[in-house]
Design a protein around this ligand. Structure first.
Ligand code: BGC
Length: 286
């Protein structure tokens, strides 16, 4: 059943063009935020004025460092919450803690993800399962809890045009096949259609669901691809813009996608990849 006009569709008040992109008063949860892309996304959301939960699974010290950095640099409230996003009870406990501490949630960045690479014939079922359960099932579990909270609360126009925003961290490998990484590419391809299907279903409640698909970003997950000059040179053959992406590139995109500046964007995927998805092998041939 669709929501009624009055209850869920207050008039949209767009941010004026002289207003900066701000997230003041919003509460954000970033999964896998103790390092890499997640950490920079959490910092960027904090800079824009959101209070931030830094989710982590294994390293409390690194998560606490991220929390301290966010509080010092951004002057907003941040806290770390441990949860393995692949475990339903842990995800639900994390949302309960966040809602108890912060009152509610406006922004979910489904970022936690990992790689367990292997040649296809050597890939174990455990490697397959772990990648799918963190990268895909984890995003499902977190998005479901977020949607429950967004629907419960509805739109608060002073805070945002939308009842809530979900950003799914996908990858260029939701569209570029990736030999030796079959589990990872399958998980990200899954994220893409999961994101669009959730977006279609919950849009009438003014809930926006989008994805960011990063290309090669300088983080620990892919250090082998940029850690030496030789590797970096090889990598640049795949990047028309001829530089590696920085986690800040993703942080800025996430702030914009979470803000009312992008209010009419729903079910979209933003490739932040320096052109990696432009088939660079065709730049002189074909
Ligand atoms: C992977 C990285 C890889 C990049 C571009 C990302 O999704 O996690 O390891 O460098 O895609 O291939």
């Amino acid at each position: 059943m669709n929501p009624t006009q009055n209850e869920h569709y207050p008039p949209v008040v767009m941010p004026s063009l002289d207003q900066q992109v701000v997230l003041t008063g919003q509460k954000a949860l970033v999964t896998g935020a103790s390092s890499g892309i997640g950490k920079q996304v959490a910092i960027a959301l904090g800079h824009a004025g959101a209070d931030v939960v830094v989710n982590y699974v294994t390293d409390p010290d690194k998560a606490e460092e991220a929390v301290q950095e966010i509080q010092r640099r951004c002057g907003i409230r941040a806290m770390a919450i441990q949860a393995d996003v692949a475990k339903e009870d842990e995800v639900q406990a994390m949302f309960r803690t966040m809602i108890k501490e912060f009152g509610t949630l406006h922004i979910l960045v489904n970022n936690a993800g990992l790689q367990k690479d292997a040649p296809f014939e050597k890939m174990t079922l455990a490697q397959w399962h772990r990648v799918i359960e963190v990268n895909l099932t984890g995003q499902f579990l977190c998005a479901r809890e977020a949607v429950r909270e967004f629907k419960r609360r509805g739109v608060v126009p002073e805070i945002s045009c939308a009842a809530g925003k979900i950003i799914c961290m996908s990858s260029v490998h939701d569209t570029i096949p990736w030999a030796g990484h079959v589990n990872y590419a399958a998980s990200k391809g899954g994220v893409m259609l999961m994101m669009k299907s959730i977006a279609q279903e919950v849009a009438p409640w003014r809930i926006r669901v989008n994805a960011i698909s990063p290309g090669a970003i300088r983080t620990p997950i892919n250090m082998a691809a940029w850690g030496t000059p030789e590797a970096y040179g090889e990598l640049m053959k795949l990047v028309p813009y001829k530089r590696i992406g920085e986690p800040e590139d993703i942080g800025r995109a996430a702030v914009w996608l979470a803000s009312d500046y992008s209010d009419y964007i729903n079910g979209s995927c933003l490739y932040v990849d320096g052109g990696m998805t432009l088939y660079p092998g065709f730049d002189t041939g074909g």
